[in-house]
Design a protein around this ligand. Sequence first.
Ligand code: MG
Length: 458
Amino acid sequence: MTKLFGTNGVRGVVNEDMTSELALAMGKAIGSYLRKTKDKPSVAIGTDARISNVMLKTSCTSGLLSVGCDVVDLGILPTPTLQFAVKEKNFDAGVIITASHNPPQFNGIKVIDGDGTELAKDQEEEIEKIYFSGNIEKTPWDKVGTFSQWNGAIDLYKKSILSNVDVTAIKNAKISVVLDCGNGAGCFVAPSLLNELDCKVRELNCEPDGLFRGRPSEPVPENLKELMSIVPEEGAEFGVAQDGDADRAIFVDEKGNFVFGDKSFALIARYIVRQRGGGKVVTPVSTSSCLEEVVKAEGGEVIYTAVGSPIVARVMKKVDAVFGGEENGGLIFPEHQYCRDSAMTIAKMLELLAIEKRPLSELIDELPKYEVVKLKTHCPNDKKSQVMNRLSEIVADESEVKSIDRTDGVKIYTKNGWVLVRPSGTEPIFRIFAESKEKSRADNLALKYKKLVEEIIQ
Ligand code: MG
């Protein structure tokens, strides 16, 4: 079967792969899937700020209505805001039209489960099956779905964020922030949220623009140069950047240094676990040990999952975690909701700085330091599982190997750090990540296991 869903919903270039026909057919397939368990499902639909948003939203809406779903349009909003509305307003599902951080010519469709989490792989596969079978049952004329609009999602969402942070402490601290929404959906929430928290805000790219003319949407160092220079100029306490659909937040310290996502994750994790006096923190196996080191030091525990935010969210629910996330800036606060949420992340960072009363650079500097090396090597897709099995057998006998974890790929813990050999889901390659406290050791680990994987492939 051809694949429809990638790692983050269905994505493609508008009017090439991501067409109005595809959105219509997707709407029908999603609706038919929902109709399996409910006669008249209710679906919330929303979009990010891309220029193709209305084209795809109306097509997808039409498909949903044609199979008998009632559709409520929530307008332009961050993905986590739609997810929150789905959960709180008891919709049966949500659909968000977004391509997250991808360039403006892209768009996509992501489906949200009734509890506000992203759909699991097996649910996406069921929709895929319906889509490719072409077995779509149109509803009788008098059972076509109803359509309405609701503009209360953003207020509802902000209220939840404010109820989950120490508003008084934040307000009293009068924190100055440079906020870079990247012209994305974050513009509809973050500026007003920071104002409500009495922050002194310098706005950068806070006007929605479907062409992302301010900066490319992915919050990586090369795209945040302006933010990094404005923060010290303004004398701000930190800068923060969101991606296009505002589920991820990346910070810049008061000196203008880019703070990598593993560091902000570890800093907030330490704060939360310390506050709770322990608890479980969930993250994929690829995350830096910096997180585990600080969480353990506070009496908490890290639980590792396969890579993918829907998996992290679901495991968090199951183990009743206090926190979780990914090191790309996508953090999950279970008291608020089970999905990555940049506005909640910014609010929690404000609280942390208000309570700690120390510069962000100092707090980041205290965190344990690890060196990461990332390599890749070619491997035909049909050989991948055989190679991983053989690799596990071989390394089991090596004296430097302490343990092997097969949660996702093969993660090998050694005396000097760990190495993760993980098959790419989309390309015929293995990604090889090595981490150690020393750069030379990380290099050696990565090179050693890359060579071993290549020998096995041959
Ligand atoms: Mg995103």
